[in-house]
Every structure is written in structure tokens, then in C-alpha cells.
Design a protein around this ligand. Structure first.
Ligand SMILES: NC(=O)c1ccc[n+]([C@@H]2O[C@H](COP(=O)([O-])OP(=O)(O)OC[C@H]3O[C@@H](n4cnc5c(N)ncnc54)[C@H](OP(=O)(O)O)[C@@H]3O)[C@@H](O)[C@H]2O)c1
Length: 311
């Protein structure tokens, strides 16, 4: 099969080549991939550490080529969206059937390909906060792939949504269109405080500032670490008096979550219905991978990059 291979000598450390077809285990379906989207983690860290010739990639939309031998999962010919720790950047991938979401027919595969890491992370991070109806949620790094889904889902769930971004003047209109009630630079600028929950996609000093906005019983879900800096809390930040009782910070790891296939399918339906904007800001073919990687690592994407695979 054709694949994007890790190649330390190529621009973006990726080159087009061929790899052996995957051999699905009995609980895996074979998927013919039509589109994939890039994620910060796999590009920033995976490409540096993987050996030459490896096939990486977490997100893929496609069509079931061969159903799982054990009878689980969708039938051949079904349009699906899939998530695995590797193998998405290739024409064929073997996927555990519990990591497959069934998509409605006729949906743009590029839109579906944005869902796995970005969409499901947003959904699960919001679940971790708890009920959102009538609650206030702050999202940092709101213009990124995960951030855009988080803003939209929090709004759909009935929360008052505060979007924090590095460039509120540039991104304000976009984030309001996605559902934010307030768009701020630093979290401390939020008018609606204290907040009940934070989905932090940046880490470092942003996380510390965001924690300060939490009210009693509030939860900060530490999802992203794009800042590349540690978190240093000033003395007193972890006191529990003055409405700060029982605040918590929880870590998050998408691939540690179970039951993701159901979420993939639910999100695919929302995207198909036009209720969720997939936030595609870069689109190209396999041969554009180096350009997309460069834009992602250069912080110029502010949304999802999607590669579509020709037949
Ligand atoms: N723990 C997990 O399982 C898990 C799952 C998915 C993603 N993640 C992590 O979550 C983060 C967001 O993912 P993503 O796919 O949305 O990434 P992304 O598309 O690259 O977006 C990240 C956003 O963070 C902000 N940002 C980036 N660099 C920054 C910096 N140095 N200082 C301050 N803000 C910065 C920017 O938002 P603004 O322009 O709005 O400021 C950017 O759009 C990444 O760190 C990713 O690795 C973790």
C-alpha cells in the first residue's frame, strides 16, 4: 500500500512511499482510508521519535474494506471514522472495532477526519467537568483543533462559554460564531467569574491563570501542553478559603479512555447534520504533508489540517 513514511531526511520528516498492507487481528476491521487530519502531539513528538519507515497517524476517515473476523463492528462498505495510536497515514489501516464510529453516508471525509482526537478529546474533557447546563466553562487555546470543538460542544450542552485565545482581536468573531459568549486574552479578563470548569489546552502560565478563575468545587481538565512550560503556582493559589474550597486539577489522556467508538459515531452525526464545524483551515493531498506539518508546528493553522487520499 502507499503510505506517508517517517523519513528523517525529508522536509517535515515525511515522504511518500510504500509499506506492507496491515494484517488485521480478529477484532479489527480493515479500513480503506480516504482522509486524515494532523494533530499537534503526533507531529510535535511522534515524528521526532519514530524510526524511519514507520507509519504514524491517529485520525482517519474511510470505508470498511473488510469487516472484523470476529463479527464485531460495521460491515464492508460502511463509511467510518477511526482512531488508533498509529497507522492513519496510509491507504489501509487495521482498526479495533471499538475505536470505529459509523458515519452517515455522503459526509465529506475531510470533515470526518477532524473528529477523532480533536472532537473526542473535547467531548471527554467536558464530560470530566460534569453537567454543563447553566454552568460556566473557560476554554484556553480556543482556536486550535480541540479548542474549536470544545467551545461548540460546551455551548451545545448549555454552558456559558468563555474562550481564551492569544489573539482575541483576530479570533473574536470566529469564536463567537462557534458559540463563545465571551472572548478574552488572559483568563483573568473574563467577566463571568468564578467559572465552574476549565478545559486547558495550553498549559504553563495559562493553566495557572485559568486555575485562578475556578470557583468552589470547580474542575480544571489539563489536556494540552502547547506552551512547553511548567506550571508555577504563587503562594496561596492552592488555599481553599474565600470560595476556593474543593477545586481540582485533573490530568487527561485520550487513549486512556474506553468506549470511544460510540463518541466517534455521535460526533460524526453532529458534523453530518451541520451542527459542528470541523474547523478545517488547511486542506491538501498526500504530497502536501510537509507543508501542513510546517504550518502546524509554526502555529499558523489555528484549526485542523486535513490530507485527502486519492483512490
Ligand atoms: N492529553 C491528551 O490526550 C490530548 C488530546 C488531544 C490534544 N492534546 C493536546 O492539546 C493541545 C491542543 O491540541 P490541538 O490539536 O487543539 O492543538 P493546536 O490545533 O495546535 O492548537 C493549540 C492552540 O493552543 C494555543 N497555543 C499554541 N501554542 C501556544 C503557546 N506557546 N502559548 C500559548 N498558547 C498556545 C493556540 O490557541 P490560541 O491561538 O487560541 O491562543 C493554538 O491554536 C496540544 O498540546 C495537544 O497535544 C492532548
Amino acid at each position: 500500500m502507499r503510505a506517508l513514511l517517517v523519513d528523517s531526511s525529508a522536509p517535515g520528516r515525511l515522504s511518500l512511499g510504500t509499506a506492507p498492507d496491515p494484517e488485521p487481528a480478529p477484532h479489527q476491521a480493515l479500513i480503506r482510508v480516504t482522509a486524515t487530519s494532523l494533530n499537534y502531539g503526533e507531529v510535535a513528538f511522534g515524528l521526532d521519535s519514530a524510526p524511519d519507515g514507520a507509519v504514524l497517524g491517529w485520525d482517519a476517515a474511510g470505508v470498511v474494506e473488510r469487516a472484523a473476523a470476529n463479527g464485531s463492528g460495521p460491515a464492508a462498505g460502511t463509511q467510518v471514522v477511526t482512531l488508533m495510536p498509529d497507522g492513519a497515514w496510509a491507504e489501509l489501516r487495521a482498526v479495533d472495532t471499538d475505536l470505529i464510529g459509523v458515519a452517515p453516508d455522503g459526509v465529506d471525509p475531510a470533515a470526518l477526519a477532524t473528529i477523532p482526537v480533536a472532537g473526542v478529546t473535547a467531548l471527554r474533557a467536558l464530560h470530566r467537568i460534569g453537567p454543563l447546563l447553566g454552568r460556566t466553562v473557560l476554554v484556553t487555546g480556543a482556536t486550535g483543533g480541540v479548542g474549536r470543538f470544545t467551545v461548540q460542544l460546551a455551548r451545545a450542552a448549555g454552558a456559558y462559554v468563555i474562550a481564551s485565545t492569544g489573539a482575541p482581536e483576530r479570533d473574536g468573531a470566529l469564536l463567537r460564531r462557534l458559540g463563545a459568549h465571551e472572548v478574552v486574552g488572559a483568563p483573568e479578563e473574563a467577566a463571568a467569574r468564578p467559572v465552574d470548569g476549565v478545559v486547558d489546552l495550553v498549559g504553563g502560565p495559562r493553566l495557572v491563570e485559568a486555575y485562578e478563575t475556578l470557583g468552589e468545587g470547580g474542575t480544571l481538565v489539563a489536556v494540552g501542553h502547547s506552551a512547553g512550560q511548567g506550571e508555577e503556582f504563587p503562594f496561596g493559589a492552592l488555599f481553599g478559603d474565600q470560595g476556593r474550597h474543593d477545586r481540582s486539577i485533573v490530568t487527561f489522556f485520550l487513549l486512556g479512555c474506553t468506549g470511544l467508538g460510540r463518541d466517534l459515531g455521535w460526533l460524526a452525526q453532529r458534523v453530518a447534520a451541520g451542527e459542528l464545524d470541523p474547523g478545517i483551515t488547511w486542506r491538501g493531498g498526500w504530497d502536501g504533508a510537509a507543508e501542513a506539518v510546517d504550518a502546524l508546528l509554526g502555529g499558523r493553522l489555528h484549526g485542523k489540517a486535513v490530507l485527502t487520499f486519492d483512490a
